[in-house]
Design a binder for this molecule. Sequence first.
Ligand code: ZN
Length: 351
Amino acid sequence: MSTSVSCRGDAAHSSTDEHTWSHLIQSKTFARYDSSSRTGSLASLALELLDEQKASWPQLAAGYASLTSVRTRELRCDGYSVWLQFNPGRIVSTGAKVDEQSIRERRCFLCVEHLPRQQKGILYNDEFLVLCNPAPIFTDHFTVSHVRHLPQSFEASAGTMLEIARAFRSRFTLFYNGPKCGASAPDHMHFQACPRGIIPVERTAQEEARRQHRRNVRGVDVFTLARFGRQVIVFESAQRAVLEQVLLSLVSALRSIIGTSEEPMLNILCGFNEGDWRVIVFPRSKHRPDVYFKDGADRVLISPAAVDIGGLVVTPLEKDFNNVNASLVESIFKEVSVAPAVVDGAIESLS
Ligand SMILES: [Zn+2]
């Protein structure tokens, strides 16, 4: 594979490179989806892709086969429940080295030219590929990866997130992990998608008794959730453009309150149902809790990303699945979440 193909971020490339690139993309395209046509369902195509890939790609079939032996158990925390999922197949992601040097030195596994030979995807607007995730947490688990090697950035892709969520109709929820709080490829822009309603916070966000209406910003309703043990902001709107602007104003507000020039740490879930978007945002203060870095038996391999902070905590090690209790989860959520005042200040600043 030529170097030019792996440098799609470069502005200049020759027509030969263009030809090679189109050929590569074509060879990886199972089907195309154009959001402007608004015909058909991206969800149906994704499910067809999953069937095809289970039949043609042994690694994916093995990943889904191992999902049948996954175990879950409920932990009743103070005011809320979480579910632990024992999933040994997730060790690669949970144990991933995400420091800058390790990322620089490894081959990007989301770049089109590095995808496994059998892997194909649905080309969304010539911009993203919907791919099957070979280490599934869910019965249907997709990675929605940019066709180019561009860094993970919510600001660059907030509008696209809303569009893709709408294209998935009410079947799948899209989620985003910030480059420093859960993305195992922080250097390559991607979302993931799972069946709608399977991440516990999606249900919690609908419980009237918990929903605290904080503001209406140009038609976008903003809520927080009571007795939830970590900080979360819920946005609801039927207006895509305004919702995108309000979400971008949240990023600016958090950046200023936290005092960082980088993207503030965020995990985001985005669903679309009956004409309305619901976007659930977890602002974070740190990625991995202190117990993750302890030695020997004291170490607990929990690396919270959107799914985990959303209430489905993945433990790739059986001893963690057996030993982790409610008070440990409560303390981890508190440790990796921002302080309530950060959320109050950010909501105040939304515009
Ligand atoms: Zn890449």
